[in-house]
Design a protein around this ligand. Structure first.
Ligand code: ABU
Length: 459
């Protein structure tokens, strides 16, 4: 890795130089040829293995490059990276205190701090796990267990039609989705109607899943109003704040999650905007009656002996659906210790200030058009090449525009100059979704992006 040394704050540094490509693109066929993937009976020399390591780095996408904007994660957090190396070297599993004493206590400390940050004054519980989808599954398990604890033992064969409500932004066919407005935020009155309809049809609503920071638009559902609907119908309210949870660190932006102290559970991934190393993903629950443990406990007798010589409440593994579990909390604990809440707050504020800057630039420049005013760090926009600018709004423009982002994406990948995602949404033609996270990103980088899109988008 090429380190450029400190920039600005001594705790920030550029993980990858702008002189490097974000990726050295190769097709799967080319890469198979280059990497010599076949595993053989005889091992290789150390120099050959070193070469293999260099190649693995060389052809991987440099997600820590200041011009990587493709995902809801980016950048390299040095303290968290050190923690990752330590975790791999210590090689333990976070299920019993006896095998992971330090990391058990650190996980408890980090969970307590996150619970405090959410505003659950009475405390709560939680667990780190391998990703936001897993956290959301935990929430569904708990909500169902709360509705009927017997199902864990007797199974679901006699269960009524259970209904989880989630927004159209995440809607699955098996769970009724409620309407969202143009900005991708759910409409509480539409949720109320859907709950009443489900009840009239004899179904049993038991949970609502709201989102704080949707994947595409970065939209925040109105938690306070949704909480009132859920309290009225006694529904479990889960908030997927995997992406937007970081705003809780900021006095300026935490209003986006107003009402979060009223919800039952939260998913929050510090590996996203807080830049902890992948993976660092927490599921947090307001309950203090060991619901998490009662719901998932399998009481493995080879791990969770009740007659141990120490306090077995420190054996946290029986809360988990996993057996082996990495001590991911250490990746957040170490960086939080090094940076303090204050610097984490500044990072969130900076990322959102950068997003505002990019928004203003997009508005100023010919050929760029925002889909909507961003609420968070997701900028969704079209680039309209000069040849299409005179076309009137209508099917011909939309069809031609639909082809533009994929072509520009191919060109940026092949030059390696930057990485930005694109997609459709509903009936909207392909647009760019650009995500700004890392403090290593400068205004010049954002100007570069718009100039480069313009350059790559020439017919
Ligand atoms: N968990 C959704 C993340 C997807 C993305 O990085 O764009």
């Amino acid at each position: 890795l090429e380190l450029d040394g400190p920039v600005g704050n001594k705790k920030d540094f550029k993980a990858f130089s702008r002189r490097m490509a974000v990726c050295e693109w190769r097709s799967p066929e080319q890469l198979k040829e280059l990497l010599d993937l076949e595993l053989k009976d005889e091992g290789e020399s150390e120099s050959k293995i070193l070469q293999r390591c260099r190649e693995a780095i060389r052809y991987s996408v440099k997600t820590s490059h200041p011009r990587f904007f493709n995902q809801l994660f980016a950048g390299l957090e040095p303290y968290s990276t050190v923690a990752s190396f330590i975790i791999e070297s210590i090689k333990t599993s976070l299920y019993t205190y006896e095998v992971a004493p330090v990391f058990t206590l650190m996980e408890n400390a980090v969970l307590r701090k996150m619970i405090e940050t959410i505003g659950w004054e009475e405390g709560g519980d939680g667990i780190f796990n391998p990703g936001g989808s897993m956290s959301n599954m935990y929430a569904m398990n708990l909500a169902r267990y709360r509705y009927c604890p017997d199902w864990k033992e007797v199974g679901l064969y006699s269960a009524p039609r259970l209904v989880v409500f989630t927004s159209q932004e995440v809607g699955l066919h098996s769970s009724p989705s409620y309407s969202v407005n143009e900005g991708g935020k759910m409409i509480p009155s539409a949720l109320e109607e859907r709950i009443q309809l489900a009840k009239r049809e004899g179904a049993v609503p038991f949970m609502v899943n709201a989102t704080a920071g949707t994947t595409v638009f970065g939209a925040f559902d109105p938690i306070e109003e949704i909480a009132s609907v859920c309290e009225k119908h006694n529904l479990w309210l889960h908030v997927d704040a995997c992406w937007g949870g970081a705003a809780l660190m900021s006095k300026k932006h935490k209003h986006l999650l107003k009402g979060i102290h009223r919800v039952h559970s939260v998913s929050w991934n510090p590996h996203k905007m807080l830049m902890a190393s992948l993976q660092c993903s927490a599921f947090l629950v307001r309950d203090k009656t060991s619901l998490l443990q009662r719901c998932h406990s399998a009481r493995a007798s080879y791990l969770f002996q009740q007659d141990k010589f120490y306090d077995v409440s420190y054996d946290t593994g029986d809360k988990s659906v996993q057996c082996s579990r990495k001590p991911d909390a250490f990746k957040l604990w170490l960086m939080w210790k090094a940076l303090g809440s204050r610097e984490l707050e500044q990072r969130v504020d900076r990322a959102l200030a950068m997003a505002r800057y990019l928004t203003q630039e997009i508005k100023k420049r010919d050929g760029f058009q925002l889909l909507m005013e961003p609420e968070f760090a997701n900028m969704c926009f079209w680039y309209i090449p000069p040849s299409l600018r005179k076309l009137p709004e209508g099917p011909e423009l939309w069809t031609k525009l639909h082809a533009v982002a994929p072509v520009i994406k191919e060109r940026m990948m092949k030059t390696g100059s930057m990485m930005i995602g694109y997609q459709t949404h509903g009936d909207k033609p392909n647009f760019f979704r650009m995500v700004v996270i890392s403090p290593q990103v400068s205004r010049q980088d954002l100007d570069f992006v718009l100039e480069e899109i313009h350059h790559l988008g020439q017919d």
